[in-house]
Design a binder for this molecule. Sequence first.
Ligand SMILES: O=C(O)CCC(=O)C(=O)O
Length: 274
Amino acid sequence: MDKPASRQRYALAEEQVAFYHQHGYLHLPAVFDADAVAAMAEDLDWLMDAWASKGPGWSGPWRRVYMSADVEKRSQLIALHDLHRYSKAWCDAVVHPSITGAVADLIGANVELHHTTLHAKPPESGHPFPMHQDWAFYKHENGRYVDCLIHLDDTDDRNGCIRFLDASHKGGAREHVVRGADGSPCTPHLPTDAWSLEDTVPVPARRGDVVAFSIHTIHGSRINTTNRLRRIVRAGYRDPANAQTAGQSIGRPGLIVRGRRPRAPRQAALPTTI
Ligand SMILES: O=C(O)CCC(=O)C(=O)O
């Protein structure tokens, strides 16, 4: 199992740590107060206007299983990677001691920020997410990697809250569908005939909450059927000793947000050219 060796606690109660290791996810209410969320939301609105992309979202055969032909044509996703490189409010958010302390309790005392990613679902037909593990997007050697969903809006199934397959992290990394029927590449997802959103647990959350989950936890979400935008920013944190083997931002050293970066025997210092 990927439990940290140390028993020291930074932000979580023992029961919360036990819940995460049992179920593969953990809901952390009110991590950010109203003032902090207001500053993050203000910068997020600016980021969506100035830098984010708006498009059809993830590709692949899953789309026609999750959406009718008509909805599938209209469904869109607003996305942006690495918000903390564009905004001080988001830089502050990803080093917040409650979030980094919680992650340290889950993976160990050294914590490295790997990435941040915005997923905003526009009103009425905002993009659903097929069942997948985030491991398929940024493969790492082991499970000491926690994704944290920072909520800017209240969520439930009507606007596409996150849904987890309970305890699915225990099965480790799984092969994903990466090509459509015609052989062309598509966004990684699990086969729709074997993995269903119907089997998952919804985790509704409030603005300011964080929902943490393992890189191996299988998850997805429904379409946004409401008349309001649904905004979530994912921050990915890892044990700096957990090497990345493929995918998003590979080779890019992240920020150490807790503890230190340990040095392997004869390891060179970090390059200055990435
Ligand atoms: O934003 C969502 O509804 C799902 C996001 C997701 O699947 C992810 O961040 O890996």
